[in-house]
Design a protein around this ligand. Structure first.
Ligand code: NAD
Ligand code: UFG
Length: 338
């Protein structure tokens, strides 16, 4: 069975993907600098799968370290998660985002190429679309990222598309995630944000756990069914399964392929909150606050192309996502042991 290099494998989506790859028979080598990941997540991967991922602590921009990984292990393909993901931080410090997200990806591709490894699955994002006029959003929709984070994701996609075009032998799947949510059903792995969470679900679970007073609902005057913002939330285990399917896809399908990973079903902030209230079994306090700068009313994925290409669909629904996220939060109130 093949061995997959998973950059950023100690993070939220990466750790769930390592578990999925190991459970389906792949060997896994994780490269992560632990900037936002955690080695304990990899111990949980082993606890779940009874298989151990190899761990190398290194920065993805460090070409010498990458070179050593490709010399030491017989890598067949890469799943590339390593990067920074805060939209607000990317506005404050765009150079850092270009350096880590674009520079890291270019360094990785250079070293892969020099070792003859030319199959890659890349963590892209729905932010590449920016404010889209399409709902649902198909892959061919116009790309107008509204901030440096989205620009770096689109720039990496362009680099991979050029490699695939110029140099027969390169094959890339860019997975554009919509809104990842949830945790492993075992309660052993989940999202472990440092500091105040920016995203909706970790904020809700922290309110439900009593760490924060109330959820601020950013705007209830959007043109949506209850006035609050609507997003396409996708269970992190469905995302992980999508990565394993993309690795299999690369075996048979040469070239460049961008694919949306979402469910195609948008939920409002109040609907997400209601799902968490069902999971927790209690009311979760909230307050309506002004709209957040830069937010848009609604976006959700056209998933037709991914479903056809990968033979994949999202299995879990919003109640599963809320239930699993709450299971993780209640079993691990302080996140992973550090
Ligand atoms: P995460 O922060 O939990 O995982 C990223 C991992 O990469 C972390 O373990 C971190 O330590 C590591 N990392 C960061 N910089 C590195 C570097 N220079 N060298 C080596 N390792 C480094 O984030 P996540 O939510 O799991 O996201 C994974 C990927 O998916 C990211 O590329 C992110 O941009 C993308 N993505 C995430 C979301 C989301 O909402 N979570 C949405 C769309 C796309
Ligand atoms: N929201 C609240 N209160 C909060 C947090 C969020 O009401 O405390 C609302 C937002 O206004 C939005 C919805 O919940 O309507 C979802 O917000 P998130 O911050 O969870 O997610 P976004 O859709 O804004 O952005 C996420 C990631 C980005 C990524 C994007 C597309 O944070 O990194 O999805 O993939 F780029």
């Amino acid at each position: 069975m093949k061995t997959i290099l998973v950059t950023g494998g100690a993070g939220y989506i990466g750790s769930h993907t390592c578990a999925e790859l190991l459970a389906t028979g792949y060997g896994v080598v994780v490269l992560d600098n632990l900037d936002n990941g955690c080695e304990a997540a990899l111990r949980r991967v082993e606890q779940i799968t009874h298989r151990k991922p190899v761990f190398v602590q290194a920065d993805v921009r460090d070409k010498d370290a990458l070179d050593r990984v490709f010399r030491e292990f017989s890598i067949d393909a890469t799943v590339h998660f390593a990067g920074l993901k805060s939209v607000a931080e990317s506005v404050a410090n765009p150079a850092l985002y270009y350096d880590v997200n674009l520079g890291g990806s270019v360094a990785l591709c250079d070293v892969m190429d020099s070792h003859g490894v030319r199959d890659i699955v890349f963590s892209s994002s729905a932010t590449v679309y920016g404010v889209s006029s399409d709902d649902p959003i198909p892959e061919h929709a116009e790309k107008q990222p509204a901030q440096p984070y989205g620009e770096t994701k689109l720039a990496v996609e362009h680099h991979l598309e050029e490699l695939c075009g110029e140099n027969a032998g390169w094959n890339a799947v860019c997975l554009r995630y919509f809104n990842p949510l949830g945790a492993h059903p075992s309660g052993l792995m989940g999202e472990d944000p440092r500091g105040i969470p920016n995203n909706l679900a970790p904020y809700i679970t922290q309110v439900a756990a009593g760490f924060r007073d109330r959820l601020m609902v950013f705007g209830n005057d959007y043109p949506t069914r209850d006035g609050t913002g609507m997003r396409d939330y996708i269970h992190v285990v469905d995302l992980a399964r999508g990565h394993a399917a993309a690795i299999r896809f690369l075996d048979e399908n040469p070239g460049f392929m961008p694919l949306n990973l979402g469910t195609g079903r948008p939920y409002s902030v109040l609907e997400v909150l209601a799902a968490f209230e069902r999971a927790v079994g209690e009311e979760i306090p909230y307050e309506i606050a002004p709209r957040r700068d830069g937010d848009i009313a609604i976006y959700f994925a056209d998933t037709t192309k991914a479903e056809k290409a990968l033979g994949w669909t999202a299995d879990f629904d919003m109640d599963d996502m809320a239930h699993h996220a709450w299971h993780w939060q209640s079993k691990n109130p302080e996140g992973y042991p550090r």
